[in-house]
Design a protein around this ligand. Sequence first.
Ligand code: 5AD
Ligand code: SF4
Length: 441
Amino acid sequence: MPSFYLETFGCQMNEHDSEQVAGLLAAQGYRRVATPQEADLVLYNTCSVREKAERKAFSRLSEWRRGRADGKVIGVLGCMAQRRGEEILGREPQVRFVCGPASYRRLPEFLARLEAGERRVAGLEAADGETFETPLIQRDSPFRAYVTIVEGCDKSCAYCVVPSARGRERSRASEAILAEARQLAAEGYTEVQLLGQNVNCYRDPAAPGCDFVALLGRVAETPGLRQVRFTTSHPRDFTPGIVAAIDAHPTLANHIHLPVQSGSTRVLERMQRLYTREEYLERIAWIRAARRQIAISTDVIVGFPGETEADFEQTLRLLEEVRFDSMFSFKYSPRPGTAALALDGQVPEQERGRRLVLLQGLQREIQTRRHAALVGTVHEALVEGFNPATGQWIGRTSQNRVLNFTSPGGRADNLLGRYVEARVTRAGPNSLAGERVGNLL
Ligand code: 5AD
Ligand code: SF4
């Protein structure tokens, strides 16, 4: 039985793609192994969003140069394969296989060709009008499942390579999504996470077609599911109906990821984000007005071309105003083929670094204060793991916070995949610590 090793970089989309690739490989008789050394087929599912991610992938590939691949098939999947497949084949002779996300459906054919001795195989067709439907998914978690609802992206943010890697926006049929959700519930999954670069733009391709809010409601009502999450929302397409859906459906988690990218309207305009600072804050106000306490997380880019000290100050003030529950932040990374390359006012690397440190320091303070206020409160959490070093179970609350907690019976309590209630006893900037209370839910 041939074996494969698969390492994934990048976002949840990529993680889910890897689950699909693993399922397809298993159906072809491949067995998954934990290290590249023991594998016949070594695959890297790559990300292109920042230069650092691409550099890391190239460094992995370089480990197999000069004969070290020794009979193994080295392959590159994902966004970097899609964008730079030809170049990878040109400069990395040890790579025998490149395949972008739009070509995963052809994996069985590609594997057969490699097995038949073809030296190099490339699947680099452009993302077309179809979505990728496969029942062969090998999921990483036995209780949480990703479900793609939209592929690709039709926005054109000036910094972003995603549209060139993942193609035009296309929604999956709602019937296929709902059937998958029902199937997952039947298999014992309790949490579903709906995925798309911009889930708010969901539009059922089948007539009469439901929109994102209608889809959310229908998925949330799937019997057996306890928790439904969705990511990513784009502020431009975010509507009060989404907040109303969360208020109406207890299974929808109390969390929205709403990337702001910058607190300056001038920078947002240069980024082609299609909303102003005020419009973003209006959406925050909708979310804050909900009956439920909905946590909000965001993404921020510092040092976008033309970002002045005053623009950056506005981002800091926005953080203070919104008090996000969590934030992912990045130094602007110039990407090939993006509109931002042509903009003037590139911010020096050192200055981008300085701004990132300041931004992260402020957010750390905000989270520390927010979390401190939670000491003494009780939260329901889905148990994701156990940390033997600390003797704590690792839980995630509906608001998407990590809550590490002790349980009377310790590890023997066997809580993996269960929903428990825990009281917060200590708080750090990035997680909460507590103890289990009451009975299992
Ligand atoms: N440079 C830095 N960060 C980027 N992101 C996307 N493109 C870039 C880039 N060129 C960030 C955005 C996005 C997140 C997934 O990655 O904040 O929301
Ligand atoms: Fe995900 Fe974008 Fe990275 Fe592709 S380039 S893996 S879509 S973050």
